[in-house]
Write a protein that binds this ligand. Structure first.
Ligand SMILES: [Zn+2]
Length: 486
């Protein structure tokens, strides 16, 4: 019999999986027991972990839970962007609440900032500006208990679980026998298989979902291990927050995977989170279409809106929880449809786009430095883009010495609102420049380069007014586009 990989012996995991299986399937996973065990254990300690587990900075500003309020994540890789973010929110935010401390573990590693620094930079600015509304703090893309310990200690209250390393990104391509083979291997992590197999669910005001055996098998293959991992990490987050006497809310994200999340898969994931009593406030499925970094949405907005409306119906029924749009930077053309389809139950995350606006300040105040950053980014891009979804190429964009006027170089590498406005309805459309992706992916290399990184920071510190103004304009456009759908 073929086992999917010609000639390969069954792995230990496959053999274990088979030996544990019974006619009724594997025993249910006891998440409460796991949570209890984790609660009793002390925070994990790994001497090689990159971040210290240091307490939240002392400040009058503390993040809160945002619950079901529509929310917008202002990721700030430099720790200097909050003033501009605040201005945009104040003028165009309306009911949308801001998340001002938000960094993924990957970003913190690349920028060599600790969770405590990320929190301190945001909280200090909010204090200085006399901000008096609630705000959120998102420990983004957490993968391990150590990530939880470090971010919970620093005061984060919104935790984004990222189990994507455990997602089988090729699951949609397996045929009958291969699918069954893969399913046997993940069966112990998918105790819920029997519960769904053969059921049909009519989601109120939403889709009718038929859980055909192969549909459920595919869901188990694709997300079984990821879901088990997410539930364990969710229990760990609860224990860690309880231990610190802090509130917590959780987002589950599977956005960074190649194949879209189907409605059946969404339903299973969300219902299992509810069964495990996870404090789920938002879910980031992998939506249809292309969510490339640093540019507008690519794909059919109508198709996306249709799919969002169906996902949103599941989210209302099984939560409610919000639908979360990651890589949300610059996706202006889909913002109104997102807000409309989710009926305001949305969270949008942005991060890299604030760094790009910082580079706009460089382009306007230090031409030589901007040219150096462009050329440095071109050299680094092919290596640095590895973990990002992008299609811009170095060959597709000119080196800096081919463009005489720095304003043209800014337009090519960062885009221009004036130019977008000139060709019609600039509102509700985002940039599409491939050059943005070259600059977007190379932020870590630039910021940690001893010369470029410190020069960039110095410049931003000496030009706070421009920095604030370009960020404000950039995010006012983002927020206006979203509110068009509210
Ligand atoms: Zn993400």
């Amino acid at each position: 019999m073929s086992n999917g990989v010609a000639g390969a012996p069954p792995s230990t995991r496959d053999r274990e999986a088979k030996s544990k299986m019974t006619i009724y399937g594997p025993p249910p996973i006891e998440y409460h027991r796991i949570a209890r065990k984790l609660k009793e254990s002390e925070p994990t300690h790994n001497p090689r972990y990159p971040f210290p587990v240091s307490p939240m900075p002392t400040t009058t500003q503390k993040p809160s839970l945002l619950g079901m309020a529509p929310s917008f994540g202002f990721g700030d890789r430099l720790g200097l962007a909050t003033p501009g973010h605040l201005d945009a929110l104040a003028s165009e935010g309306g009911p949308i609440k801001g998340i001002f401390a938000q960094q993924s573990i990957r970003e913190m590693t690349r920028t060599k900032r600790s969770p405590q620094q990320v929190m301190a930079d945001a909280a200090r600015t909010l204090e200085q500006e006399g901000f008096n509304d609630v705000w959120g703090a998102d420990a983004d893309h957490l993968k391990t208990p150590q990530d939880v310990d470090a971010t919970a200690a620093a005061g984060f209250v919104f935790f984004t679980i990222d189990p994507s390393d455990h997602v089988d990104g090729q699951a949609d391509t397996y045929d009958g026998p291969a699918l069954e083979q893969k399913f046997a291997a993940v069966r112990p992590d998918a105790a819920w298989f029997e519960h769904y197999c053969g059921r049909t669910v009519q989601v109120p005001d939403g889709p009718k979902i038929a859980f055909e055996p192969h549909t459920v098998m595919r869901a188990a293959v694709k997300y079984g291990r990821a879901l088990a991992h997410a539930l364990e990490l969710g229990a760990y987050i609860r224990a860690a927050a309880d231990r610190l006497g802090q509130p917590h809310e959780i987002e589950l994200s599977v956005d960074e995977t190649p194949q879209p999340t189907t409605l059946a898969e969404h339903y299973i994931i969300a219902e299992q989170c509810r069964e495990a009593k996870m404090n789920l406030v938002s879910l980031a499925p992998r939506f249809v279409g292309d969510f490339e970094k640093g540019v507008d949405f690519k794909g059919s907005v109508e198709e996306l809106a249709d799919s969002l409306a169906q996902h949103a119906a599941i989210a209302r029924d099984l939560g409610p929880y919000k639908l979360s749009v990651h890589s949300g930077s610059d996706k202006l053309s889909m913002y109104a449809p997102v807000a409309r389809a989710t009926r305001g139950l949305f969270h949008v995350k942005t991060a890299g786009t604030s760094y790009l606006e910082a580079l706009r300040v460089v382009a306007r105040h230090d031409e030589a430095l901007f040219r150096r950053i462009v050329d440095f980014a071109r050299r680094r891009y092919d290596q640095d883009k590895a973990t990002y979804h992008v299609s811009g190429t170095v060959a597709g964009e000119p080196p800096s010495d081919q463009i005489a006027d720095v304003r043209d170089l800014e337009r090519i590498y960062l885009g221009s609102w004036a130019q977008l406005d000139a060709v019609g309805d600039g509102e509700g459309r985002g940039f599409t420049n491939g050059g943005r992706q070259i600059l977007h992916c190379t932020f870590g290399s630039v910021l940690t380069d001893p010369d470029l990184g410190s020069k960039l920071r110095q410049l931003l510190e000496s030009e706070p007014a421009t920095h604030r103004q370009v960020l404000a304009e950039h995010f006012e456009r983002h927020l206006r586009a979203l509110r068009r759908g509210l």
